[in-house]
Design a protein around this ligand. Structure first.
Ligand SMILES: Nc1ncnc2c1ncn2[C@@H]1O[C@H](COP(=O)(O)OP(=O)(O)OP(=O)(O)O)[C@@H](O)[C@H]1O
Ligand SMILES: [Mg+2]
Length: 248
């Protein structure tokens, strides 16, 4: 077994709401191997984004720990790169200025990052849009820009929260195939939240299914299929049935 890059050990979290305590995550355990693509799927409101907020240190869990490369990093920021549920490009900054924001925040030389970023605009399908503003890009392009910013952060793992939500089916398909290319090219580990069973199976080495809130891990499913995956193949459909059963 390869050593896990990230271990999520017994994470629980409750929030205080207007109607009292809101238990959200209950004893979540996960393990993500280096270089792997892992998806999390679960009903709306079960606590997926909360788990990401805990992994990236924005929220402290009530119990449990986040361990990355053997180090306890619970509550620490700046360890992972995170693409939040909304693409959150700054409308007043050009695309190039948006994608290097991580360097700016961390005090790394911005000109160097820009040089590296310019070389990647072609890879991300954004050639010629370096000096454009987000409002002039399509939804898919904005998401690719947000993803490029996440890749440029150069952390050992990228957390992607519903990166393709809100895209039409065809754009979404293209983006999935394209994301796999990026993943293979940059050899980054990815933790990916989605609502879409087919998307999870098409992309992932492993899928975690969370239950209704308070979320528990309902199923850990290793997807042992060669890529590129054919969504209509009998093997793929078998995996789909397993995920559907776990989500019922
Ligand atoms: N900072 C907070 N304070 C209070 N309650 C919160 C906070 N963050 C999240 N919650 C609550 O925790 C629950 C889980 O929210 P979360 O955003 O993690 O769900 P999700 O699984 O990402 O949902 P979706 O699939 O719709 O994005 C919700 O009931 C939400 O209202
Ligand atoms: Mg969410």
């Amino acid at each position: 077994m390869p050593e896990p890059l990230i271990e999520i050990n017994g994470i629980s979290k409750s929030f205080k709401g207007p109607e009292g305590i809101l238990p959200t995550l209950r004893e979540i355990n996960m393990s993500i191997e280096k270089g792997s693509f892992v998806s999390i799927i679960g009903p709306s409101g079960c606590g997926k984004s909360t788990l990401f907020n805990i992994i990236c240190g924005l929220i402290t869990p009530d119990t449990g720990s986040v361990v990355i490369e053997g180090k306890n990093v619970t509550g620490q920021r700046g360890v992972v790169s995170y693409m939040p549920q909304k693409d959150l490009l700054f409308p007043w900054r050009t695309i190039i200025d948006n994608v290097v924001i991580g360097s700016l925040i961390e005090g790394r030389p911005v000109e160097e990052s820009k040089k590296r970023a310019r070389e990647l605009f072609g890879v991300f399908g954004l050639e010629g849009f370096e000096n454009s503003y987000p409002a002039t890009l399509s939804g898919g392009m904005r998401q690719r820009a947000a993803l490029m910013r996440t890749v440029l952060c150069e952390k050992p793992i990228m957390l992607l929260d519903e990166s393709f939500g809100g895209l039409d089916a065809m754009t979404r398909r293209n983006m999935q195939a394209w994301l796999l290319n990026i993943w293979e090219r940059f050899q980054r580990s990815v933790l990916f939240i989605t609502h879409d069973i087919e998307e999870a199976l098409y992309l992932s080495d492993k899928v975690y299914v969370l239950t209704e809130r308070p979320a528990e891990v309902g199923l850990e499913l290793v997807v042992d299929l060669p890529r590129p995956r054919v969504v209509t193949s009998p093997e793929f459909v078998e995996y789909k049935k397993k995920l559907l059963a776990a989500l019922e």
